[in-house]
Design a protein around this ligand. Structure first.
Ligand code: NAD
Length: 330
């Protein structure tokens, strides 16, 4: 049975990757510091390790104990705003964390690293959809740190022959997402509709985004592991949806008609964002299978159930079993 270490596996996207890996009979370990992730996101049997990815010593203890065949690297500082207010911390986690992964992957003969990168590496583009030939020009330290992390993996391939796949995600959404991440607008809209509150829309709401359902992203990660080569790919639905259209769909799941409150556009907000996924479909044999409507309906159902049922806490969730982030355990 092939072994996969998922960094950030207790987070939103990482936990769905863990679910897909378990379904496909991989043996899974998670390395996470629980800064934004939650143990309750993972119900499957996994080996947990707790630590920061920028802590090379703890990360090596986990690699040495688990000896993974593959590493799926999701752990990151994920907030664009925080990257602007603290560039150093963003770089420490996103760049140094990835360098640690690359060095240890070489030392422990890992077959491949799959990196969670982002559309943020591209910056603005006049030509849409953005293809892989668009020269990246990030607009934030977060975009720059993701681009640098990608570059280090390319170097690790050239210098140490460690295989890699960089996956540049568009706006990911789905169950377990918190409002903090890059694609948080859907979790915010969904919760306001459930609570019959009016959400804020910044600008006229005609700005567009390319939303991709988290289970499609999880599938792309597993296909990237199984892909023969190394390379960089966009992970997107290649469908433009305006913020107004998005709100209309989510609103249709609720019981009340709610009108959003329009606020001035946020500084630096990209008007249109659309990523080309043709090369990904061709090379990885991956294709998004969830439509926006079905993905949004499942997401609505998840938040609705979360708010209307007090689900029994799992043993791991209870405070006495909550492990400290700095404790290494397996
Ligand atoms: N959500 C999106 O729309 C989106 C878009 C593009 C790229 N991404 C990338 O996808 C990955 C997963 O993002 P997500 O949305 O699931 O976010 P998330 O915050 O839910 O997940 C991040 C996980 O990493 C862990 N983590 C954070 N810092 C860590 C550190 N220093 N050491 C160890 N663990 C750490 C967190 O506890 C969490 O479990 C990130 O790399 C993010 O940059 C996300």
């Amino acid at each position: 049975m092939n072994k996969v270490l998922v960094t950030g596996g207790f987070g939103f996207i990482g936990s769905h990757i863990v679910d897909t890996l378990i379904q496909k009979n991989y043996e899974v370990a998670i390395y996470d510091n629980l800064s934004t992730g939650s143990i309750g996101n993972v119900q499957a049997k996994v080996t947990p390790f707790f630590g920061n990815v920028e802590d090379e010593v703890l990360l090596e203890q986990a690699m040495d104990a688990f000896r993974p065949d593959y590493v799926i690297h999701q752990a990151a500082q994920v907030s664009v705003q925080k990257s602007i207010s603290d560039m150093t911390n963003d770089a420490r986690i996103n760049i140094m964390g990835t360098i640690n992964i690359a060095k240890l992957a070489h030392k422990y003969s890992v077959k491949k690293i799959v990196l969670a990168s982002s559309a943020a590496v591209y910056g603005n583009s006049d030509v849409l959809p953005i293809t892989l030939s668009h020269v990246p020009s990030p607009l934030s330290p977060y975009g720059a740190s993701k681009k640098t992390a990608e570059d280090y993996l390319k170097l690790a391939k050239e210098l140490y022959d460690v295989n890699y796949v960089n996956l540049r995600y568009s706006n990911v959404y789905g169950p377990r997402q918190t409002a903090n991440g890059e694609g948080g607008v859907i979790s915010i809209f969904t919760n306001t509709v459930i609570n019959k509150e009016r959400p804020f829309i910044y600008g006229d709401g005609n700005q567009t985004r390319d939303f991709i359902y988290v289970k499609d992203v999880a599938d792309a990660n597993v296909r990237a592991l199984e892909y023969e080569g190394s390379g960089t790919f966009n992970i997107s639905s290649m469908t433009s949806t305006s913020i107004n259209q998005l709100f209309t769909i989510i609103q249709s799941f609720g019981s009340h008609l709610i009108s959003p409150i329009y606020k001035p556009e946020k500084n630096g907000d990209i008007r249109e964002s659309l990523l080309c996924n043709k090369a990904t479909i061709q090379e990885l044999g991956w294709e998004p299978v969830h439509s926006l409507e079905t993905g949004l309906a499942s997401t609505y159902e998840f938040y609705f159930n979360q708010q209307h049922h007090s689900l029994p806490a799992t043993v791991l969730d209870s405070p006495s079993h909550r492990l400290k982030p700095t404790t290494l355990s397996s």
